[in-house]
Structures are given as structure tokens and as C-alpha cells.
Design a protein around this ligand. Structure first.
Ligand code: SF4
Ligand code: SF4
Length: 275
């Protein structure tokens, strides 16, 4: 049986927020019996997270749309009882009647995808616009209004989706939880990792074409060359990893080394001086 999935391309997301605004517009003040109670302007069941890395002249930003993952082994359902159900098409719905007053459901989702609507005393998730899908829509409003097609809704057999995820290198959030998310991400790596980068100088000037190596615990793990501005960058350094050092050299201009202190919790931008 075919089920719904959402594929999000982080590299294509421009943070325009159309998806979040359209979702709020769809639900704020509107009740869809059997699907969702009225939403509220301050309850964002679909939002766009901003991840900024680096400092000074070496900064980048990635935007990651976040919402209910419609997990196949959903932790929320283990707590929710008959207040939460999964439809045959994979969509997870919090019953607006049975969920009333169930504030405990907010903490039952390890992704923070269940929001508390205080005015209605309701826990609410992004329901994949199931009320529209059941009227024949081929995608939720969030995907429909995305100008870059960063969001794509796909109704596929699970085996087809698994094959696609493998072929395209798609990732899910918190894979270690084994919740079976139906929301997949492309180009997620840089948003959830750090970089070690910087600049190589000699005699006060930038060094182009310097050979730069990244070592971990004394073993080389990556190599690159500085660009015309003397800049270099090693991406996808795991959050919290440690034991790194940078070694740079340029024929005729000497060599230099910088040890990266402590765990890499934020991206590091350093200057390596050759002498
Ligand atoms: S509408 Fe598309 S591009 Fe805009 S924030 Fe949402 S996912 Fe990103
Ligand atoms: S993301 Fe959270 S709310 Fe959605 S199905 Fe998974 S555990 Fe439940």
C-alpha cells in the first residue's frame, strides 16, 4: 500500500517561510472535525529552523523545515493511547476530541513536533493536511506554496521510498531513535554538523595554494588547498568530536600547525601562520 512521505531539500530552502505561513493560514481558527481542532496564531506545527555556523568572514546558514515526521514507530503513540492514531496512508493524527487536555503528549514526541494550543487545551501536530489530501489534494499546502520545490510530497510503497532514500542519500532526523520517520532530508549534513576552516598566512599576507591537512588524533583524515584568499574549510565535522589539528605548508613559505582545543561544539575559524 502506498503511503505519504515528505522529502525536504535543505539546500533549496531559502527561509521564505511560505510553508509555515500557509500552514498557519490553513489551521488558525479553523476546525476540521476528525482531523484537527482550531489552530492558533502562536502555534506553529510547521516551522523553519535556522542553523548558523562560523564567525567573521567565514559564516554560512542553513534552513531546516521541521514538522511532525509521521513516524512508523511513533513514541507519541505509545503514550497517546486512542488519542493518537496512524492512518493506513502513514499520516499520524491527534484526535481533537480525545486529545483534549492531554498536555502530556507534548513531551511524548522526541522531535518537539507536538505543540500545545493553550486556548483550545489541545496538543497539535502537522497533520500533512490530511483533510485536503482526503479531498484529492496531491500535496499539503506547505509543499504547494514552496517556490523552490524544497518540499516534495511523495505517495509511495515503503520499499520504493527506502530505495529512493538510499539512492539519493536522504537522511532523517535523530536516526538513532529508530522511530521510522516519513519525513526525509536531502543535504542535511552541513546543517547538523560543524566545519573547521580559516586562513593561511605568511609574512602578514594570505597564502594561495597552501597544502592544508586535517588530522584527528595524529592521523590525517582530510586534505585541501587554500583558495585565492588563503581560505580553507573542512566540512561535516561531527558535533562534539575532538582531537583535531591543522597542518599547513607551502613550498618556499614554510609550514605551520594549529591544534583545535577541546570538543568542536561550534564551527571553528582559525589562522595558520607559516614560518
Ligand atoms: S516554502 Fe520552501 S523555501 Fe520557503 S521556507 Fe518553506 S521549505 Fe523553505
Ligand atoms: S514526530 Fe513526534 S508527533 Fe510526529 S509521529 Fe513522530 S513522535 Fe509522533
Amino acid at each position: 500500500m502506498k503511503k505519504w512521505n515528505l522529502v525536504i531539500d535543505v539546500a533549496a530552502c531559502t527561509n521564505c517561510n511560505n510553508c509555515a505561513v500557509a500552514t498557519q493560514d490553513e489551521f488558525a481558527g479553523n476546525s476540521f472535525p476528525g482531523y484537527s481542532g482550531p489552530g492558533a496564531p502562536d502555534v506553529r506545527t510547521l516551522d523553519v529552523d535556522r542553523h548558523v555556523r562560523g564567525e567573521g568572514a567565514m559564516v554560512d546558514v542553513h534552513y531546516v523545515p521541521r514538522m511532525c515526521n509521521h513516524c512508523d514507530d511513533a513514541p507519541c503513540m505509545k503514550v497517546g493511547g486512542d488519542a493518537i492514531s496512524k492512518r493506513d496512508d502513514g499520516i499520524v493524527i491527534i484526535d481533537p476530541e480525545k486529545g483534549k487536555g492531554r498536555h502530556d503528549l507534548v513531551d511524548a514526541c522526541p522531535y518537539g513536533a507536538i505543540k500545545w494550543n493553550d486556548a483550545e487545551q489541545l496538543p497539535q501536530n502537522w497533520i500533512f493536511d490530511a483533510h485536503l489530501i482526503d479531498q484529492g489534494w496531491t500535496e499539503p499546502r506547505a509543499a504547494h506554496v514552496c517556490p523552490t520545490r524544497a518540499l516534495r510530497a511523495l505517495k509511495l510503497e515503503d520499499a520504493e521510498m527506502s530505495a529512493l532514500a538510499q539512492a539519493e542519500g536522504l537522511a532523517v532526523l535523530k536516526p538513532e531513535l529508530n522511530t521510522g520517520p516519513r519525513v526525509y532530508y536531502r543535504n542535511l549534513g552541513p546543517a547538523l554538523s560543524q566545519f573547521i576552516g580559516g586562513n593561511v598566512t605568511a609574512d602578514g599576507g594570505n597564502v594561495e595554494g597552501a597544502d592544508v591537512r586535517l588530522l584527528r588524533d595524529g592521523k590525517e583524515i582530510a586534505a585541501t588547498e587554500t583558495d585565492a584568499f588563503g581560505d580553507f574549510r573542512f566540512d561535516q565535522v561531527a558535533n562534539g568530536s575532538a582531537g583535531y589539528s591543522l597542518h599547513a605548508k607551502r613550498d618556499g613559505q614554510g609550514a605551520g600547525q594549529v591544534d583545535i582545543e577541546g570538543a568542536v561544539e561550534t564551527s571553528r575559524v582559525v589562522t595558520v601562520v607559516l614560518n
